[in-house]
Each structure stands twice: as C-alpha cells, then as structure tokens.
Design a protein around this ligand. Structure first.
Ligand code: SAM
Length: 250
C-alpha cells in the first residue's frame, strides 16, 4: 500500500502532496507578500528579522553565502543582504516557478539581482554540491515539503562544516486565552481574508490546517538530530505562534 501523508487535515498519498502544495502557491504567488502582512498584522517581519539575526551575516567584507530553501519571493534573502557587508550572497531555492518569478522581479526592482539568485529546486533533492553554504535557512517552508526527513538531510549536506541551519515555522500556542483566540482567528478569519484578497479561501484553509499538523518543537528537534544536526535548540516567539529552530553541522 502507498504511504500516506497530510495535506492540511486530509490524508493523501505521499506522491500526491507536492502537486497539491504547488497548486496552493501557484494561486497565491501574486498576493503572497500582501497576505503575509495582513494575516500576521506585520508580525512576520519581526519573526523574519529574528531569523536573520540568527543567520548572523558578516558586516565585514568576509565571503558569506546563504541558501534559503523554499525561499519563495525572496524575503529572507533580501533581509539578509540588507543586514550585511559587501561579500554576502544569497541563493533562493524553491519548487514553484510563480513564487520565484515574483522574487526575481522584486530583486530587480531593489537592485539586488546581482547578489540574490533564484533556483528552481525541490528541497528533497537540492542541486548543490556538498558543504557549499555558510548558512541554510527555511522559513514557513518545511511543513509544505512531503518528505521532511529527506529535505533535512539535503539541507545538512549542503552546509559547510561549522555552518548553521535555521528553520522558522509556525508552532503551538500554549498561552491560556491566546490559544482560543488564535484558533478562532486561524479558522474563522484567515480563510475569509484569503477569499477577499485573493479570491480563493482554499489555499488559506490549507495553510492553517498544515500548521496544526506540523510536529511539535521537541519532535521536530528530534528529526533534526536524526538528519545529522548538532547542538539542536529552539525558541518560541509570540506566545508560541512561531518557533525558530537551530542546528549546526559539526
Ligand atoms: C509559505 S511559503 C514561504 C516563502 C518564504 N520562505 C517566506 O517566508 O516568505 C512556502 C514555500 O515553500 C515552497 N515549497 C513547497 N514545497 C517545496 C519543496 N518541496 N521544495 C522547495 N520549495 C517548496 C513553496 O513553493 C512556497 O514558496
């Protein structure tokens, strides 16, 4: 029997998930950045800034190359480049041509197209040599990947020895009061907002469901260790709405 996985709350064959995910991001690509601001009331900017601080790009002219997996429209890469010195470059790897297309336009508009490059790639089989990158990040991307264990191994393989892996992902709200409010907001407000802004509620219904299905921080930490990461840790932000996971290739 074929292995099954989750697409939101639906049980689907493992081999079907990627096409369903691709359809979601194909539909939302043009409104993706606007929806991030609306859904998170701008908070995603602070969460992404915390990720960039942890990436710690050099402010000197030391060479530094970030790989941002499932990097979509390039937000993490742009923020990293703006926070650093002259010799930092970023590679955005994403499976969705529409998201990459919006990212390329944004890079061009900001004059960053010579330092940020966009590569059509599946996180489960990254087209990069071993030990190439100084840091590897993935923001709000890992829960969309069908075989998380395979993607983690690929990101570990792509990191230089001594390099840091950082994963920003939605997590579990465990603050009494906030949890009920967050539940209500996620399932009642976000899909409606999605329908008003993008004309379709379904992609946003998937997004909130996929958040519920993602492993809890300690379980995800164990998956990172199994993939080979050392000194694995995480910290939660905004009452547990998101978690920033960290591991090293040593
Ligand atoms: C919620 S978006 C996050 C985009 C970006 N990291 C950000 O924080 O704004 C998730 C991204 O994961 C990408 N994605 C889904 N499955 C993937 C896979 N197997 N390999 C690479 N990217 C994937 C989607 O195309 C989409 O761009």
């Amino acid at each position: 029997m074929a292995d099954n996985t989750h697409f939101g709350f639906r049980d689907v064959p493992l081999g079907d998930k990627q096409a369903l995910v691709d359809d979601v991001f194909h539909k939302v690509a043009r409104r993706y950045d606007l929806m991030n601001d609306l859904m998170s009331a701008g908070l995603h900017r602070a969460w992404k800034d915390a990720l960039v601080t942890a990436i710690n790009p050099p402010t000197s002219d030391r060479d530094f190359h970030l790989l941002d997996v499932a990097g979509g429209t390039g937000d993490i890469s742009f923020r990293t480049i703006k926070a650093c010195g002259f010799n930092t470059r970023a590679t955005v790897a994403d499976i969705n041509a529409e998201m990459l297309g919006v990212g390329r336009e944004r890079a061009y508009a900001q004059g960053l197209d010579d330092v940020v490059n966009f590569v059509d790639a599946n996180a489960e089989s990254l087209p990069f040599p071993d030990k190439k990158f100084d840091a590897v990040s993935i923001a709000f991307g890992i829960r969309n990947v069908p075989r998380i264990d395979v993607a983690l191994k690929e990101m570990h393989r792509s990191l230089k020895i001594g390099g840091r892996f950082l994963c920003l992902e939605f997590s579990n709200v465990d603050v009494p009061g906030l949890d009920a409010l967050y539940e209500l907001y996620s399932f009642r407000v976000v899909p409606v907002m999605g329908r008003v802004v993008t004309g379709d509620a379904q992609p946003y219904q998937y997004l909130v469901e996929s958040i519920r299905k993602f492993p809890k921080p300690n379980a995800f930490a164990e998956m990172m260790r199994t993939a080979g990461f050392a000194r694995v840790s995480h910290r939660v932000m905004t009452g547990g709405i998101v978690a920033l996971h960290s591991g090293w290739r040593l």
